[in-house]
Design a protein around this ligand. Structure first.
Ligand code: RRO
Length: 302
């Protein structure tokens, strides 16, 4: 089976990669990271950030709420120190980038473009726990397009726009970022949720609301991928509750060209290689010579 997929100007060896923020080089102790189609970092921000008050994670019946708040040492440290760890691996390195202004996004994108070993930028315009004027850029077509257009003007790297489920019309946002020059859309970041501690009579997360991910989010993410795949010509990368190969097949058939695995890696650190092996076995069994032949099979009119 030919497992290669095209994502804009890039060819990935296979369509399986981690979701941003859910893994780091430490997973190399569990499986060979060089088997993945790409590596995706935790979101990097221009400056040092403390992150949100504890607790930052809360498990629910069918998924996880997080309010991490993008703690990190900032872009200088990332380029000078963290990149050294990532350069040991062979898959294309996609750096997730988050910022709180259009100008900061552009400046940081230029900086990443000048950093050896960065293959693409995943523009995280959808962090539910970092907002400008109280709203993530990806909630509205205009603000999403402004951030992507500024990055496009500032650098020549492939730009993947990570979209938000917390929006009224994700197809309109997808069209806007495509128009602004995005090479792919990643669908989707976490959906805002809440859990209450009934004894303390207060939210379970330190910051109140948080981004929800995991199995219960899968049908929602799948619907968002299906809508975006019909709205744009650029590739869609599906993410949301994918835990096994059948989940990945659903996302590909809904129009995704590749998939990201996040929450499932906490449940089972081997989730990514399991998805990869299962996907290849599925193609073999069903007579698909190329995994890319699965993309869009369930879209209307196919
Ligand atoms: O760090 C976080 O709180 C976080 C980010 Br940047 C994001 O994009 N999505 C998410 O669920 N949490």
């Amino acid at each position: 089976v030919n497992m290669a997929v095209r994502i804009g100007p890039m060819t990935l060896a296979n369509p399986v990669m981690p979701a941003s923020g859910t893994f780091g080089p430490e997973l190399a102790q569990v499986f060979d990271l060089n088997r993945l189609g790409a590596l995706v970092t935790k979101s990097v921000t221009p400056q040092y950030r403390e992150g949100n008050p504890l607790p930052r994670l809360c498990e629910t019946e069918a998924g996880v709420l997080n309010s991490i708040g993008i703690p990190g040492k900032g872009l200088d440290h990332f380029c000078a120190q963290a990149m050294a760890d990532w350069r040991r691996f062979t898959p294309p390195l996609v750096v997730s980038l988050s910022a709180d202004s259009v100008a900061a996004f552009a400046e940081a994108a230029a900086r990443l473009a000048a950093t050896p070993g960065v293959a693409a930028i995943e523009a995280n315009i959808s962090c539910p726990n970092l907002e400008e004027d109280g709203r993530a850029f990806a909630m509205h077509p205009e603000s999403a397009a402004a951030a992507i257009a500024a990055m496009r003007a500032a650098c020549a790297l492939p730009i993947w726009a990570k979209l938000s489920p917390n929006t009224a019309d994700i197809a309109a946002v997808a069209r806007a970022v495509e128009e602004a020059g995005a090479d792919a859309v990643v669908v989707a970041n976490t959906i805002l949720g809440l859990a209450i501690d009934i004894d303390r009579m207060a939210p379970k997360l330190g910051a109140g609301m948080g981004g929800f991910s995991g199995p219960a989010f899968k049908p929602i993410a799948l619907r968002l991928v299906w809508q975006c795949a019909q709205a744009v010509r650029v590739p869609v990368i599906g993410v949301g509750g994918i835990a096994n190969a059948e989940d990945a097949v659903e996302f590909l058939m809904a129009g995704a060209s590749a998939v990201q695995v996040g929450t499932a890696s906490f449940v089972s650190p081997n989730a990514m290689p399991a998805v990869l092996e299962g996907l290849e076995a599925f193609c073999e069994r069903r007579g698909f010579a190329r995994v890319s032949d699965l993309t869009g099979l369930a879209l209307p009119g196919r």
